[in-house]
Design a protein around this ligand. Structure first.
Ligand code: SF4
Length: 344
């Protein structure tokens, strides 16, 4: 990117208006540009017909409309997932996945390049931390999905990274994506996933951020949890859950417990009973995810019969439970599998 140019995707409405005024353009130009970019999905300045040629030239000189340096997209065999590996300006990668449902599309987006949290069942954890993503790089993942004719209605922050370790940029991006003049995505259709950072929930409370949360449990038993999720050391689940419960009682938004099943590790009767108790305490839905195996991950998934047996045990206890099926596993786009670009 030309160093003097500012990316259109790093500016919210007020910032863009101010920038336009600074360029000697009228404020209303900002509204016109946003309408072209976010409503009409037009990223070529010379095709923004209601902007004069003279003003187009000023915008072209000072604003960058590019998304990523390079993108490689692969579609899963069943055509229900598209994984995109996107090269950033500094050569780092991010990955995002369109998950196609019958009537809507969800985008699983990344909040960091790699991840410092090191959950032992996650490929992104194997990659390690490279750097934080900016709000602009987060927004661009959605812009890219629209540019390949995949209109996005739902967003899950379950790609690479721990979103609550990059909360300022994540919530700036959420404010942009939900703004009526931009994509106007419903806040109720956005879920932020966390591996359990106490400071992250305190951030939400302090900044009065109301959001659907997904909590990656790993194990409800602290000793087992520490083995597979080192985050447990500094953020004991017992303390985290207290803070989470308080947050939930203030808002009444959806809470999901994500539970990645690892054969012989967290799949015993005791493990499932502990999970059920946790779900009841937090009034949360349980989402069972069978491990997506990979040669770099030292665990195995449970059998199909086992996952269904676990589901019926949970149902009998009158807890809401779903099984997340492995959309996009053949293109390593399934849960916990992002980050391959770094390993190849
Ligand atoms: S599961 Fe999430 S928090 Fe844990 S290592 Fe993977 S990306 Fe990071």
């Amino acid at each position: 990117m030309n160093k003097q140019k500012k990316s259109i995707f790093e500016m919210d409405i007020d910032e863009l208006k101010e920038y336009c005024v600074g360029l000697g353009l009228p404020k209303y130009i900002a509204d016109q540009v946003l309408d072209w970019v976010y409503k009409k999905h037009q990223l070529s300045i010379d095709k923004m017909k209601n902007i004069s040629k003279k003003n187009q030239a000023v915008l072209a000189e000072h604003i960058d409309f590019n998304i990523f340096k390079n993108v490689q997209s692969v579609t899963s065999e069943e055509e229900n997932a598209i994984k995109s590996s996107c090269v950033l300006e500094d050569g780092n990668f991010l990955e995002c996945v369109v998950l196609k449902e019958k009537n809507y599309n969800t985008l699983c987006i990344s909040s960091q390049c790699g991840c410092p949290v090191d959950c032992k069942f996650c490929l992104t954890g194997v990659v390690g931390f490279k750097r934080q993503l900016t709000a602009s790089e987060i927004v661009k993942q959605v812009v890219y999905a629209f540019s390949i004719n995949q209109p996005i209605t739902n967003i899950v922050f379950m790609g690479m990274g721990e979103p609550l370790l990059n909360a300022d940029q994540v919530f700036k991006a959420i404010d942009m994506l939900t703004h009526p003049k931009l994509y106007n995505i419903s806040k109720r259709n956005i879920t932020v996933s966390t591996s359990g950072f106490i400071k992250g929930i305190e951030y939400l409370k302090k900044h009065d951020r109301v959001v659907n949360l997904a909590f990656s449990v790993g194990s409800a038993d602290p000793i087992k949890r520490e083995r597979i999720m080192p985050v447990e050391k500094r953020n004991p689940i017992v303390d985290f859950v207290k803070v989470l419960k308080e947050y939930q009682s203030q808002h009444n938004r959806k809470l999901t417990l994500e539970y990645t099943l690892l054969e012989g590790v967290n799949d015993t009767d005791y493990d499932i009973k502990s999970l059920i108790n946790l779900a009841k305490y937090l009034n949360a839905k349980i989402n069972l995810i069978n491990l997506n195996p990979h040669k770099k991950i030292p665990y195995k998934p449970v059998s199909i019969d086992k996952i269904h047996a676990i589901q019926s045990v949970i149902k009998k206890q009158k807890c809401a439970v779903t099984i997340r099926y492995k959309k996009g596993q053949d293109i390593t786009a399934a849960c916990g599998q992002l980050g391959e670009s770094y390993l190849n």
